[in-house]
Write a protein of this length. Sequence first.
Length: 140
Amino acid sequence: MALAGLACGKDEFTSKPNLEFLQADSYDVTQGDFLTFRIKVTDKEGDIADSIWIKASTRRCPTTIFTLPYPMPDVPVKASLDAEINIQYIVGVVDPSAPIWPFNLCNGVDTTNFEFWIKDKAGNYSDTVKTDQPVLIRNN
């Protein structure tokens, strides 16, 4: 995961973190591919460095529904935080250099919807944001 860009603004910042899904770098992946999600986050106190939660739900394979917490990147506490978080996975491959997203347990091709939310150090949860379209995961 990576964090980029800090800026100031007035009315867009609240104590409850605000997320906006920007994009995935691919919407068609196979086992072993890297998959990166870009998410914009704003927070009044800038104390987002607790955790990010990610839920994946497949349409064809109901046994492939995961909700997993991941640590946030180290972020200096800065008032009026406006940043982009990049969350990168290797689809279904064990690799200590990147978090692993479980692949489709039913084999074949399936569409997966991803949801994201964060909890800041004060215990405030953001709203949940979703990918703008399903990700096609090919597990052949």
